[in-house]
Design a protein around this ligand. Structure first.
Ligand SMILES: [Zn+2]
Ligand SMILES: [Zn+2]
Length: 290
């Protein structure tokens, strides 16, 4: 059993209203012994859909509330101090300074944008449709859609690689291959072969720097997929290349989702050859049997 959820967001994140205590209580209900809060910091996030500063993180009140809960729940559950920082190449200095300034237990580096564009919104996919139409003129709607998804994934993975080449202060890469959450109509499958080269480059870089992967169950519990982010093909390849650090998280933004789909995630990771998973404390991985 996985007893740690290492990726959750409370009201200290701009896109969650969940009280920290409610997340802790749910974690106890689900039998977890460790919960890592990973509140968002996304520097210079576009303001087309969100007000400016939505993904700023005010650390002092976050840390104060966490410390109070740590004292209250001591001996019952480990509550850890994490953050999920959004990478953009022009924000590397700001991200470095932020991570350096606080005594985090755990840092997830994630991309929520590909070159400033947000795959969560339909405008991203409209742009990918235009690119696909230009690349495959005369294609029917179904082909165009598949090609747009390919474009959208390729752009996201290219941005991921570029960012990881210029930023190093993190423990795991968040939800690699994220954009298949947003294909729509419940579709999450995509053709790995057409992205194999860039995925390999990303994974080799992670292995070389002894970084890990965030196994993110959101795709299972929210989107009904049988895969996590990243997919089992990516996870198996990471293992094959010598990857050893994986963490598990639900990406819960509401209490009810804490601990969701961790059993499915465990089965997937084991089928990919993993026998251990990690929890980070003081930025150091502790290995636990999977
Ligand atoms: Zn994220
Ligand atoms: Zn998250």
């Amino acid at each position: 059993m996985i007893t740690a959820d290492c990726h959750v967001h409370s009201h200290h994140s701009g896109d969650s209203e969940a009280p920290m205590r409610a997340l802790v209580e749910e974690a106890l209900q689900k039998g977890l012994d460790t919960l890592t809060f990973t509140e968002h910091l996304d520097v210079d996030f576009p303001t087309t859909h969100e007000p400016a500063g939505t993904f700023d993180l005010d650390v002092p009140p976050y840390l104060a509330e966490l410390q109070s809960l740590q004292a209250e729940y001591a001996g019952r559950i480990s509550l850890l101090f994490g953050t999920e920082i959004g990478l953009q190449t022009h924000c590397t200095e700001a991200n470095r300074a932020f991570v350096h300034a606080h005594p985090f237990d755990f840092v997830i580096a994630s991309l929520h944008l590909a070159y400033g564009q947000d795959p969560y919104h339909k405008e991203y996919w409209q742009e990918m449709q235009r690119r696909a139409a230009a690349r495959v003129p005369g294609a029917d709607a179904e082909v165009l859609r598949t090609e747009a998804e390919r474009e959208g994934m390729a752009l996201y993975l290219a941005a991921t690689l570029e960012n990881l080449q210029c930023y190093e202060d993190y423990d795991v890469l968040g939800h690699l291959d994220l954009v298949n959450r947003y294909f729509g109509d419940g579709r999450t499958a995509y053709d790995h072969a057409s992205h194999a080269a860039v995925i390999d480059e990303i994974l080799r870089l992670l292995v070389a720097k002894d970084k890990g992967l965030d196994c993110n169950t959101n795709l299972i519990w929210k989107y009904g997929a049988e895969e996590m982010n990243p997919s089992r093909e990516i996870l198996a390849r990471f293992r094959e290349l010598g990857g050893r650090i994986i963490t598990f998280g639900t990406d819960a933004h509401e209490a009810a989702h804490v601990g969701e789909a961790l059993d499915s995630a465990r089965a997937i990771a084991r089928s990919c050859g993993f026998t251990e998973y990690c929890v980070f404390r003081g930025r150091v991985p502790e290995f636990r049997p999977l």
